[in-house]
Design a protein around this ligand. Structure first.
Ligand code: NAD
Length: 427
């Protein structure tokens, strides 16, 4: 079984699914990918539902992650993302593909005490009460403990609001770490925070404020690494080592400048979010955690790293990933279930490693394009199909219009409309 499927992009969507039979795709029941979410199921997920809303679901091929072949579903509206990660996955296969590791699913919850009068005394009282709080936490999610999860630790923090020109406010925060096993964990953490709050108020005599998780999931990091031989990076005009050096230089620009780092990380999130959406995960939570983590030294930095080591390009990523394979909408959405089946993951940590690898692949693809031809050459070729459709081209006309837009290097909708008019006039 290989995820390297030459010519995959040329197939019809149904043929693509059949080509993935080896990955467990049911060939005679394509309905989870065809019909998607029913209105009835959607009505159970959010409020005031009037419709469902579709987005393209593609699959990235060629991935070798921790020695396993993977086909990765990606839901994204932006052209080039799926093609870019598939290309990079192909490039790095001969160097062994991606290696990943993920922390246990440790999520942080907070119980805040507001406008505390004597912070040192409040911290001491809470520390004294930790055995009692630990005991109370034990009863909150009994099934979680059976699954190997449960409370990991407590921490008591003094936090000060000391914005210049405003009245100072001291707060004390009871912070806990909960192992949420294969869930994303927000609801489980929030439940525990609310259950601990009355005792926190009682032992301190202070007023409880917020009781909620932190999306800065920095105890739940995922990492991926890749080594690329310069020969794999060679282009028509550039030697592979030159491309590798340019990629490393582009990374140093992102490390030095937050204006560049923001766009660098946007590329990373193109990959991460697309897999998160395809697997029913909360991409806003992942986004907020990733960006807060990127700014952890007080300066917004790239989430990845690229450098030349012993004549090869080494790439790595470290990112908090609050990702689940159970809970949330996962059981309700048929395409999510089918996508998880296609990935063949057994739990949250395994999925997190794959997501980190896709983020790194996407970033490498973007840096390679930026450091060589520029991003527009490849991107606009893909985007041309959307422009053709926007100008009114029918599916059978899209290829001809796209070819003409690429030939003239004019990707405006006006030009596409003109090409379409000429095409139709010519019969
Ligand atoms: P959830 O409430 O569905 O809880 C997970 C469920 O899965 C539990 O009932 C648990 O018993 C069950 N389960 C079965 N097998 C399990 C296993 N192997 N490991 C762990 N649990 C297992 O979901 P959740 O993960 O607690 O919360 C996720 C949802 O919360 C997302 O939909 C998210 O959008 C939402 N949310 C997010 C935020 C935030 O990020 N700030 C805030 C509130 C809610």
């Amino acid at each position: 079984m290989s995820s390297r499927i030459p010519g995959f992009y040329k197939l019809h969507p149904d043929e693509r699914l059949r080509a993935l039979e080896a990955f467990g795709v049911v060939t005679d029941d394509l309905s989870p990918w065809r019909s998607g979410l029913s209105l009835e199921a959607a009505d159970l997920m959010v409020e005031n539902v009037v419709s469902t809303f579709s987005l393209p679901c593609g699959v990235a091929v060629n991935f070798l992650i921790d020695g396993r072949e993977r086909v990765v579903p990606m839901v994204v509206e932006e052209p080039s993302v799926v093609a870019a990660v598939s290309n990079v996955a192909r490039l790095v296969r001969k160097d062994g593909g991606f290696r990943t590791s993920s922390d246990p699913s440790h999520m942080i919850g907070q119980v805040q005490l507001m406008a505390v009068r004597d912070p040192a005394d409040t911290v001491a009282r809470l520390q004294e009460a930790l055995p009692r709080l630990r005991e109370e936490a034990r009863g909150v999610h009994p099934r979680l403990e059976e699954r190997g999860g449960g409370l990991v630790s407590f921490e008591v923090r003094h936090v000060a609001y000391d914005e210049p020109g405003h009245v100072r406010e001291d707060m004390v925060v009871l912070q806990f770490v909960l192992d949420v096993a294969d869930a994303m964990g927000a609801n489980m953490v929030n439940t525990l925070a609310e259950r601990l709050a009355p005792t926190v108020a009682e032992v301190t005599g202070e007023q409880v404020g917020l009781r909620i998780l932190s999306n800065l999931a920095d105890r739940r990091l995922s990492r991926a690494r890749v080594t690329v031989s310069p020969a794999s990076l060679q282009t028509e005009d550039l030697d592979g080592m030159e491309v590798a050096e340019r990629i490393a230089a582009a990374w140093r620009f992102a490390w030095a400048d937050p204006y560049r780092a923001a766009t660098h990380n946007k590329g990373v999130m193109n990959g991460i979010d697309a897999v998160a959406v395809a697997t029913g995960n909360d991409w806003r939570a992942i986004e907020s955690g990733a960006h807060a983590f990127a700014a952890r030294d007080g300066h917004y930095r790239p989430l990845t790293r690229f450098e030349l080591v012993d004549g090869k390009l080494e790439g790595s990523i470290e990112v908090p990933l609050q990702i689940g394979t159970v809970g949330g909408p996962i059981r309700v959405h048929p395409t999510v279930k089918a996508n998880l089946g296609l990935l063949g993951v057994t739990g949250a940590r395994e999925l997190s490693g794959i997501v980190a690898a896709v983020g790194l692949a996407q970033n490498l693809g973007a840096l390679k394009a930026l450091a060589t031809d520029g991003i527009q050459a490849g991107h606009m070729r893909m985007h041309a199909r959307t422009v053709a459709a926007t100008a009114g081209a029918e599916p059978h006309e899209v290829a001809a219009v796209t070819r003409e837009l690429c030939r003239k290097h004019d990707f405006s909708v006006e030009h596409a409309a003109e090409v379409l008019r000429r095409l139709r006039a010519a019969g």
